[in-house]
Design a protein around this ligand. Structure first.
Ligand SMILES: Nc1nc2c(ncn2[C@@H]2O[C@H](COP(=O)(O)OP(=O)(O)O)[C@@H](O)[C@H]2O)c(=O)[nH]1
Ligand SMILES: [Mg+2]
Length: 317
């Protein structure tokens, strides 16, 4: 299977993704074999509120990357959608023009059905897409809470997608996602208020002392990714250029090593949490202890914290 995956076989990739999504018993063994072939793609993350235009931007970026002859994988993660496994109807429609393109591989993931957690599954899927030989992997995530920040850490270049009229929200975001974004995309810049949002973004960036990004200064790129009125698409070339600039800086400085190390640390945490949890539940299975714990918590004789402490102490023993 891994041989076929590395050769770029799409059906094998789809089968493998199903296996990791369902946490089948072979999944870990499979990932061990996949892993040495992964890690060579440019991983670009797009985060932002629902409806900000992430999928529309990806649609445009796909055309751009394909024009450069590069193969692209897309992982669209939407924790607010109950669907998973590539069945998200909206994305199907949005990415339709690339459906027949052999150089594009798209997978949508919703919130349900991931035993090891959505982040763990998304990481495995990104690794599979890398091993498949994609030059670029785009990861779309909803940017709202801490959870999404975890997925965005898998990316080397992080895009935060905002829209006009978000001035106040931007101030609030400053402390969080704003500081990990390498590029802020002001999408829907065809709408009213885009000028003042752009000024407010640039003012905020001018003041902020974000984390050290190896000499990179966060850029703002205004775009129009879809325009029902005028059909005028804007800023996509500039966005592609900004992504290329950041990737060049990563490669030419030692920053790429730091980013890769941070990703591996993240990955280690995801896998460790998942495997530990599985180990613990395997130990409890069939002993009736889990039920007893729940009952004693309900009766007020115990609480989840002391129970977990006891379970971990037993595990360590
Ligand atoms: N006016 C305008 N509408 C846009 C633009 N980009 C996307 N949209 C529309 O915004 C809606 C949400 O876009 P989508 O890409 O699904 O957002 P996502 O939820 O962030 O992936 C769709 O109806 C798009 O057609 C833009 O630049 N200008
Ligand atoms: Mg979307």
């Amino acid at each position: 299977m891994v041989g076929r995956l590395v050769a770029g076989d799409r059906r094998t990739a789809a089968r493998m993704i199903s296996l990791v999504e369902n946490r089948s018993p072979q999944a870990s063994e499979l990932m061990k074999l996949v892993y040495p072939h992964a890690g060579r793609a440019e991983v670009i993350g797009l985060t932002g509120s629902g409806g900000s235009g992430k999928s529309s931007l990806i649609d445009r970026l796909l055309t751009g990357f394909r024009g450069q002859g590069r193969r692209v994988g897309v992982v669209a993660v939407d924790p607010s959608s109950p669907f998973s496994g590539g069945a998200i109807l909206g994305d199907r429609i949005r990415f339709q023009r690339h459906a027949e393109d052999e150089g594009v591989f798209i997978r949508s993931m919703g919130s349900r059905g991931y035993l090891g957690g959505l982040n763990r599954a998304a990481n495995d899927v990104v690794r599979i897409m890398e091993a498949m030989g994609n030059d670029v992997v785009l990861v779309e995530t909803l940017g709202a809470g801490q959870d999404e920040i975890e997925i965005i850490n898998l990316a080397q270049t992080c895009l935060l997608v905002v829209t006009p009229g978000m001035g106040d929200d931007i101030q609030a975001m400053k402390a969080g996602i704003m500081e990990i974004a390498h590029i802020i995309v002001l999408n829907k810049s065809d709408l009213d208020g885009s000028g003042s949002t752009l000024r407010s973004l640039e003012a905020t960036l001018g003041l902020s002392h974000g984390r050290d990004q190896g000499g990179w200064r966060t850029k703002v790129v205004p775009t129009v990714a879809a325009s029902p009125g005028t059909d005028e698409i804007k800023g996509i070339e500039e966005l592609l250029a900004a992504i290329a600039d950041h990737q060049t800086l990563l490669r030419e400085s030692r920053e790429l090593e730091r980013v890769q190390a941070a990703r591996v640390e993240q990955e280690l945490g995801l896998v460790l949490k998942d495997e530990l949890e599985r180990l613990v539940y395997k130990g409890l299975k069939g002993t009736g202890k889990k039920k007893a714990y729940i009952t004693s918590i309900l009766q007020g004789k115990a609480d989840p914290y002391s129970v977990v402490e006891e379970v971990i102490q037993n595990l360590v023993k």
